[in-house]
Design a protein around this ligand. Structure first.
Ligand code: ZN
Ligand code: ZN
Length: 251
């Protein structure tokens, strides 16, 4: 499974010039070139900047209706070109060509309908958890049972994706999680009740290491983070990949 990050920023990147160093578009990701997560307002600008081909998009799913994740104009343009929008609510399941998708409720107070996606293709499993603070109990249960829920073929023994830090051994239920990291290391920010800070991501990683192979952070706020290179280096030392726009990850 190939995950291409079209955008990795939070809503406070609005109005920032694209020439800004380490610029981040609003968060969105393209899975295997065919499944788009979040038709936000920046999808076309990002695709143009990073040379990402959108013509193969067959299905579009949406985490929630906040303006940095959903644009009617973007959706209309993509559906006019033949893509199909699959609205998934909490508990919703869809089989979309090679991908099985299960939607789980996310903990995102200002948008109670927010969902996260467990996505399986072959023996690979991704959990996309933007936006949200902490994972809810039901999400953790789904992560533990992920292969039964969305994998289409059994886990191949000892295959470890492309993560050089993986130890050999049986595959974990989830190959990669993309976690909300909106708030950085800023203490005392009330938005922790609907977005993660880095300490929350550290706790989540430490707790879910038995179940998830690779931890990626995304949805970084401009005003609450160090520049990308500094953040990326510091978080790599703690076992995290820091997503940036145009990045391709394979599991
Ligand atoms: Zn957002
Ligand atoms: Zn949101």
């Amino acid at each position: 499974m190939i995950i291409r990050f079209l955008g990795t920023g939070a809503a406070d990147w609005k109005g920032v010039p694209e020439s800004f160093p380490g610029y981040r578009y609003f968060s969105s990701a393209l899975i295997d070139g065919t499944l788009l997560i979040d038709p936000g307002p920046d999808v076309f600008a990002s695709a143009e900047r990073y040379g990402i081909d959108l013509s193969g998009i067959k299905f579009i799913i949406n985490t929630h209706s906040h303006g940095d994740h959903f644009s009617r104009e973007t959706l209309d343009r993509l559906t006019s070109a033949g893509a199909v929008f699959i609205p998934l609510k909490e508990g919703g399941f869809a089989s979309l060509c090679n991908h099985k998708v299960l939607a789980l409720k996310g903990n995102h107070g200002t948008c109670p309908d927010c969902v996260h996606f467990l996505i399986g293709s072959g023996d690979r499993v991704l959990y996309y958890a933007l936006d949200g603070a902490w994972l809810l109990y039901e999400e953790v249960e789904a992560i533990k049972n992920a292969r039964a829920l969305v994998a289409t073929t059994p886990a191949s023994a000892n295959a470890q994706g492309n993560n050089p830090t993986s130890s050999s051994g049986p595959r974990k239920p989830v190959d990669m999680i993309v976690l909300d990291a909106t708030i950085g290391d800023v203490p005392g920010d009330y938005r922790i009740f609907e977005h993660n800070n880095l300490n929350m991501d550290r706790e989540i990683r430490q707790t879910l290491l038995p179940y998830i192979d690779r931890f990626v952070i995304s949805h970084m706020a401009l005003t609450l983070h160090r520049p990308h290179n500094e953040l990326s280096e510091a978080m790599a030392a703690e076992g995290f990949t820091t997503a940036c726009d145009g990045m391709t990850l394979e599991i």
